[in-house]
Design a protein around this ligand. Structure first.
Ligand code: GLP
Length: 252
């Protein structure tokens, strides 16, 4: 595990984007696992910038996103399909047919989940998985639970996640209560995992995830078993780790 501490969000985002760019340069047909949430937006901005400057092409990449809200269509402004299109896809040269996100409008959960797992398997797994982290330690929408969900599933969102994500909706009641999420297996089996984490409010949970016990009650703690894990955080998010385990932190 590498923990890279950047002075601020901008530097963190550039550093994390550099890992993705390096992945795409060395394997142009990479399978990229992508994440939503506010934290990765800066990473996507850098990728768009490098693409526009002509340094980086995604024309042979394939993407699989972590999750999608149930009940939201791809053109709903709060759906993750819409988010990905707005924040990344429509600005780069990726082929729309090579981008994958679970279909939030499909009620047939068994079919959606099985098809998503089959898809990831047929792609040979994920080369690089980008992750954020929820306030309660969730990754994708794998919420704290009694067990680690291995495969894609339809999950109930916790109150804490509904509250945290309500900032993107007009009213808290509008936040969907369920979501489809990729399971833990393809995430931990990814050849490389890059996590981005920003802000003081994440300092405790990222510390607990990386240095506390591995437990499904803190889903991100499973990342401790990932050999090729890079955590890029800003100084606020990594403040507790930098204080308690300064020897495990690299500075950029
Ligand atoms: C959502 C997403 C997660 C993301 C989390 C944190 O719940 N499903 O993939 O990591 O939000 O988002 P933010 O980066 O906005 O704190």
């Amino acid at each position: 595990m590498r923990i890279i501490l950047a002075e601020n969000y901008e530097i963190m985002s550039k550093k994390a984007a550099g890992f993705i760019a390096a992945q795409v340069y060395t394997k142009p047909d990479s399978v990229l696992g992508l994440a939503t949430g506010s934290t990765p937006v800066g990473v996507y901005d850098n990728l768009i910038d490098w693409h526009k400057k002509g340094y980086l092409s995604f024309k042979d990449c394939i993407t699989v996103n972590l999750d999608e809200y149930c009940g939201l269509s791809a053109d709903h402004p709060q759906s993750y399909a819409y988010f990905m299109n707005e924040k990344l896809f429509r600005h780069i040269d990726i082929k729309p047919e090579n981008t994958h996100i679970p279909d939030g409008l499909n009620d047939d959960a068994d079919a959606v989940c099985a098809a998503y797992d089959r898809l990831i398997e047929s792609l040979g797994g994920i080369d690089l998985q980008l992750l954020g982290i929820g306030n309660n330690g969730h990754i994708g929408f794998n919420e704290p639970d009694k067990y680690f969900r291995m495969d894609t599933g339809k999950v109930d969102l916790t109150l804490s996640t509904i509250k945290a994500n309500s900032r993107f909706f007009e009213r808290e009641e509008d936040v969907p209560r369920q979501a489809y999420t990729m399971g833990i297996r393809p995430i931990v089996q990814a050849k490389q995992v890059i996590m981005v984490v920003s802000g003081k409010q994440k300092a405790e949970i990222i510390y607990e995830s990386l240095f506390g016990p591995v437990t499904p009650m803190v889903p991100a703690s499973i990342l401790q078993i990932v050999q090729n894990l890079v955590v890029c955080g800003d100084a606020d998010a990594l403040s507790i780790i930098a204080e308690k385990h300064p020897q495990s932190v690299e500075f950029v």
